[in-house]
Design a protein around this ligand. Structure first.
Ligand SMILES: [Zn+2]
Ligand SMILES: [Zn+2]
Length: 455
């Protein structure tokens, strides 16, 4: 019985509109693989059985175990002996090529004592040898090569010298794979080549480039855009962030955790500062970084969130407290600490035995601001010319005042040197102070000193 009142819409045919397939490769938008790769044998023994099976199925001469010869060695010896002209050689070479194909995607199992690598080892094999030491891959020189120049290398078959059909079968970021097929029907040698080593099915120059971008601190978008301007094959921004998230940052954390404990000493001098996600009083997150001033190595990084503190400026003190607590847990005692001019930090450190210093850059920054403001006044405009000298003198005070046992005397000496700046820019080089009674410089050329009445 037919239903009434129900309209059944006819289904659209699947080919009525285009199908959008999700990218299957690591690089978005790349063409799909030209052929589906075979399931790789896992061990050398599996590979050997696979080769034996292939050779038996092909009924190749010289591969029977009745000859008292290992099938592998038979293949290798036939490769050395044949010259590429007889009908049997075709079968031998095919056997070798099939063996290579079965082995091409597999890593070698060194644990198998019976495994004998092919004499003319595949690229994968030689590259695997290189990637065992990461230094080799990173240290080797790399070049930019044009497509035409690259493909011209595959004009001829590597086995018989006949003309070969070459084509790029895959691009993946900076990687390119070329396949050259011999046109000689008696040979039909297939040669596959890649421009970079591979590990765990990943092209190493891609991840190496991502690592270089990350550690150099340059902008990923601009860097990749610049390369694309001259049509250099590179991966996408998305791939970079994938590398960063899953490989580079975990590796960095792992190495940092392992290395920093080697730098810990019972007594250390450190510099600390916070870097916030936004300036001013609107910061949400801040990373409080601590550097060993003797070795210039980062020994600890603490992340502080605003919600954990009453306000944004308090994040810095919270970061310092946590850092001191962590270092204390490792048995580290801080002797000297350099920080910026946060009053809360200065007040906190007064209650400890840590010798606290202000960063000269922050001192110079404050003085520069005040000098610029004063120089805007018409009567004090000469100060503007003296600002670079004043900044240099601030750094000079920090560099030339050595720490002694008497910290108070050291502080007084720095103070008197600082006061001498006021005299120096007026052309007065003898001061009424006891620890620093006279400028250390010799005779100076005539300069545009500021008149005392102008200050
Ligand atoms: Zn050939
Ligand atoms: Zn002077």
């Amino acid at each position: 019985m037919q239903k009434t009142g129900v309209v059944v819409k006819p289904r659209l045919k699947t080919d009525a509109y285009p199908t959008i397939k999700a990218p299957v490769s690591e690089e978005e938008g790349l063409p799909p693989q030209p052929k589906k790769r075979k399931v790789r044998p896992r061990t050398a023994a599996c590979r050997r059985r696979e080769v034996e099976r292939i050779l038996i199925e092909e009924e190749l001469p010289g591969t029977s175990s009745a000859q008292g010869q290992c099938p592998q060695s038979a293949v290798y010896s036939s490769s050395e002996e044949t010259g590429g002209s007889s009908s049997n050689e075709d079968g031998d070479k095919r056997g070798i090529h099939l063996y290579k194909e079965a082995d091409s995607d597999s890593d070698h199992d060194d644990a198998d004592p019976n495994y004998i690598p092919h004499e003319g080892s595949s690229d994968e094999e030689s590259l695997t040898d290189n990637i065992e030491s990461g230094e080799t891959v990173r240290g080797q020189r790399k070049y930019i090569v044009g497509q035409d120049e690259l493909l011209s290398l595959f004009d001829r078959c590597r086995e018989c010298g006949s003309q070969a059909e070459k084509k790029i079968i895959r691009e993946c970021g900076t990687a390119v794979e070329v396949m050259a097929t011999c046109t000689n029907r008696a040979c039909r040698h297939v040669f596959e080549w890649s421009n970079q080593p591979k590990s765990a099915n990943m092209f190493l120059f891609n991840i190496l480039l991502s690592a270089a971008i990350l550690v150099s601190g340059c902008c990923i978008t601009k860097f990749l855009r610049a390369l694309r301007f001259i049509n250099i094959a590179v991966f996408s921004d998305r791939t970079f962030f994938y590398h960063q998230k899953w490989y580079l940052l975990p590796a960095t954390s792992c190495i940092f955790a392992a290395q920093r404990e080697k730098h810990f000493k019972s007594e250390m001098n450190v510099s600390c500062d916070m870097r916030c996600d936004s300036p001013g009083f609107t910061a949400k997150f801040g990373t409080y970084t601590t550097i060993d001033t003797d070795t210039q190595k980062v020994i600890h990084v603490e992340v502080v969130q605003k919600d954990e503190c009453p306000n944004s400026p308090a994040m810095e003190l919270e970061g310092l407290k946590r850092t001191l607590s962590v270092l204390q847990g490792y048995g580290v005692t801080i002797k000297r600490l350099v920080s910026d001019r946060h009053s809360s930090i200065a007040a906190f450190l007064k209650s400890t035995t840590i010798i606290h210093y202000f960063d000269a850059w922050h001192i110079a920054k404050g003085i520069k601001k005040k000098c610029i403001k004063a120089s805007n006044n018409k009567e004090c405009d000469k100060i503007g010319k003296w600002i670079p000298s004043i900044i240099r003198m601030v750094y000079w005070i920090g560099n030339t005042t050595q720490e002694t046992e008497d910290l108070e005397a050291d502080g007084e000496l720095r103070k008197q040197k600082f006061q001498s700046i006021y005299n120096h820019i007026r052309g007065i080089h003898n001061h009424e102070t006891t620890l620093y009674p006279k400028c250390l410089h010799g005779e100076l050329e005539p300069r545009d000193y500021i008149q005392p009445s102008k200050l």
